[in-house]
Structures are given as C-alpha cells and as structure tokens.
Design a protein around this ligand. Structure first.
Ligand code: ZN
Length: 180
C-alpha cells in the first residue's frame, strides 16, 4: 500500500482540533501502523494523526531510532494528555508539516502524560529532554497548534512569506514545462 501523505502548512486541516478516540478499534491500530510507516519513511521522530488528515487524538513518537545502532522503539499514545510539566528547555524544532524550516522553541523540560495504549490500557509516562519536547510538539498538533505558533511573530512571518513564494513557484512550474 502506498504511504499516506503528510499534510503541509498552510493546509487548513492542520488547524482543526482533533476528537478523542472512544475505543481502540482495529481501524485505530491500522491508522497507528500507517503513522509509524510514514514517520520512519520520512524520516521523523514523531507524528500526529491530523498530519495525515485524520482528526483524532493519536500520536506516535520514537526519538532514539535515528541514532546509529539504535533499535526502533515506538510509543503509540491514544488520547495523550499532559498532567504535569516542569522546567524549561529549548530545542531547535522542525516538523514534517512545515517544510524546510527549523527554529528554537521553548517548552517544558519534563512532562508527565496520561494516555491509552493500543491494547486499551491506561498508561502513565514520564519524559524529559527531547522526548518530552516531542510529546509536547505532537500533542500541540492535536489542538491545531504548530511549532511556528510558538516562535516570534517576525520569524513566523518571514517563514510564511518564504513558504507562500515557494508554493507560487510550484504552481507556476508545471505551466512553464508544458511549453516544451
Ligand atoms: Zn509536527
């Protein structure tokens, strides 16, 4: 099966607030598998269901797998919720839905999460550093928030203008090619 496509800014669907998942069905498990396939293919270290155009509260995260010799060990979380956060940290973030852009974002250094796993069991997770940042980034997606909403207005508007120009060029290119 072909991989699902990741929606890219400024697709409006990235701004929707995703719905809670009422039951972990085979459909949800299949969606989680699709999300992992896309994340490892891109490659990325996290993905949220709305990035594939499915507005439900499901995220996948695997922050260690890109290191040399590391095994894949994905976390798949249904209805994740941050119940405690502590400290501050800044990471240079990027996003599969925000092409060709990275920026420093300040977030909590440590978080405690509650979620449901793919067997329908309640889980509680503590994370720090990059993993904590990644959870916060993915949960933001479930609320229609992108990391560019958490940077200065100036930096954001510079990116938005650059992105608009890039999209204009992409639209114009196919036309010029048909002349050949
Ligand atoms: Zn993202």
């Amino acid at each position: 099966m072909p991989l699902r496509r990741v929606l890219q800014f400024p697709d409006r669907r990235l701004r929707d607030v995703s719905k809670p998942i009422e039951a972990v069905t085979d459909e949800i498990r299949a969606l989680a598998q699709d999300m992992l396939d896309v994340m490892y293919d891109e490659p990325g270290i996290g993905l949220a269901a709305p990035q594939l155009g499915v507005p439900v509260r499901l995220i996948v995260v695997d922050v260690g797998w890109t290191e040399e010799g590391a095994e894949k060990s994905p976390r798949v979380l249904v209805n994740p919720e941050i119940v405690e956060s502590e400290g501050k940290t800044t990471w240079n973030e990027g996003c599969l839905s925000v092409p060709e852009f990275q920026a420093d974002v300040e977030r909590a250094e440590r978080v405690r999460l509650r979620a449901t796993d793919l067997d329908g069991n309640a889980v509680e997770i503590e994370a720090e550093g990059l993993e904590a940042v990644c959870f916060q980034h993915e949960i933001d997606h479930l609320d229609g928030v992108l990391f560019i909403d958490r940077i200065s207005r100036l930096k954001r508007s510079m990116y938005v203008r650059r992105r608009e120009k890039q999209l204009r060029q992409e639209r114009e290119e196919p036309g010029s090619q048909t002349a050949v």
